[in-house]
Design a protein around this ligand. Structure first.
Ligand SMILES: Cc1cc2nc3c(=O)[nH]c(=O)nc-3n(C[C@H](O)[C@H](O)[C@H](O)COP(=O)(O)O)c2cc1C
Length: 309
């Protein structure tokens, strides 16, 4: 397996946990790291909220010494805000610029995937961060409505980014449209910085195929409710064989998630219940189990529920 290097960061393997809103908080990242994720990111955090020390954002910025290497992913539209936010980045190994979020709220703020329409803005963010000595990456899609990924990737490299992550869909495309990996292979041939491929990796075989065309494989949905996906992929990379996880293993990860959330004072009942539903999906009787979980009110009740599974 080729080691993946981003700036001076050397990853122990090429598997990265994607940034995900309402999922990749500190406990989730730690649980995925235990299963083999070599790198993780905070969920996307708004630059304004970082600078104004918004309470929820500060919770999502929490990290620990085991939570390494770690990227902070930011969204915004102002280079001034980016500059003001730099002092808050000192606990992270790199800063990742979100150029892919398709939500109306983020696009309406000229950030996220809207930035794909304004490559010069992305470049000014990268230059600003490089001038401040940060390791910088960008996570892009193939384009907003029109594919301009080659132009964007080249501009990002020229501006001095240390790596590029490509979620191989247009911002206008839903998950129903398969990610188009040929663009990842194409960009890998056209730029010199590491390319991390993302979109639809949910098995060892898919990760292997991605690593045949890119330097790293980033996993999002397949890790929701199943952090063991990283262990499964690493097993495949070693042996060429798929090995599914058991419900028991998944529930063990969920227990660990709750324990770590308690330790770091990050218990949010709705989030724990939502995540818990993912951990039990696909099991016999899971619809009834989800109903029961969603009806619970306290952490003690949830812990008792989990003990019963
Ligand atoms: C619940 C959820 C939250 C997400 N939040 C973010 C985010 O904060 N930042 C980001 O760049 N992408 C975000 N994404 C997109 C993923 O990082 C990833 O690019 C996309 O899901 C494709 O990867 P996958 O096929 O492995 O799921 C999110 C996706 C999901 C499902």
């Amino acid at each position: 397996m080729q080691p993946l290097k981003i700036g001076n960061l050397k990853l122990k393997n090429p598997l990265l946990l994607a940034p995900m809103v309402d999922v990749t908080d500190l406990p989730y990242r730690l649980v995925c790291r235990k299963q083999g994720a070599a790198m993780a990111y905070t969920e996307m955090l708004n630059l304004g909220a970082i600078i104004h020390e918004n309470k929820k954002t500060q919770n999502m910025m929490k990290t620990s010494k085991e939570d390494r290497p770690l990227g902070i992913q930011v969204t915004g539209n102002s280079v001034e805000d980016m500059k003001k936010a730099v002092p808050y980045f000192k606990n992270y190994d790199l800063v990742d610029i979100n150029c892919g979020c398709p939500s109306d709220r983020i696009i309406g703020n000229s950030s996220g995937s809207h930035l794909l329409k304004t490559p010069e803005k992305i470049k000014s963010f990268i230059s600003c961060l490089k001038n401040e000595g940060c390791i910088v990456t960008a996570k892009i899609r193939l384009g907003f409505k029109k594919n301009n990924v080659v132009e964007i990737a080249k501009e990002i490299e020229k501006a001095g980014a240390d790596a590029l992550t490509i979620h191989a869909r247009l911002a206008s495309e839903s998950y129903n449209v398969p990610a188009d990996w040929k663009w990842i292979a194409d960009i890998k041939n056209k730029i010199g910085i590491p390319v991390i491929g993302n979109g639809d990796i949910n098995s060892g075989q898919k990760a292997r195929q991605m690593l045949d065309i890119a330097d790293g494989a980033m996993i999002a949905r397949a890790a929701i409710g199943d952090p063991t996906i990283f262990k499964q992929i690493l097993y495949y990379l070693k042996t060429g064989k798929e090995k599914q996880s058991t419900l028991k293993e998944r529930i063990q990860s969920f227990r660990e998630y709750i324990k770590i959330a308690k330790n770091y004072d990050l218990v949010e009942i709705p989030r724990i219940k939502r995540l818990g539903c993912h951990f039990i999906k696909g099991q016999e009787g899971s619809a009834r189990m989800r109903g029961e979980l969603m009806s619970l009110q306290t952490l003690e009740e949830i812990e008792q529920f989990v003990r019963k599974i």
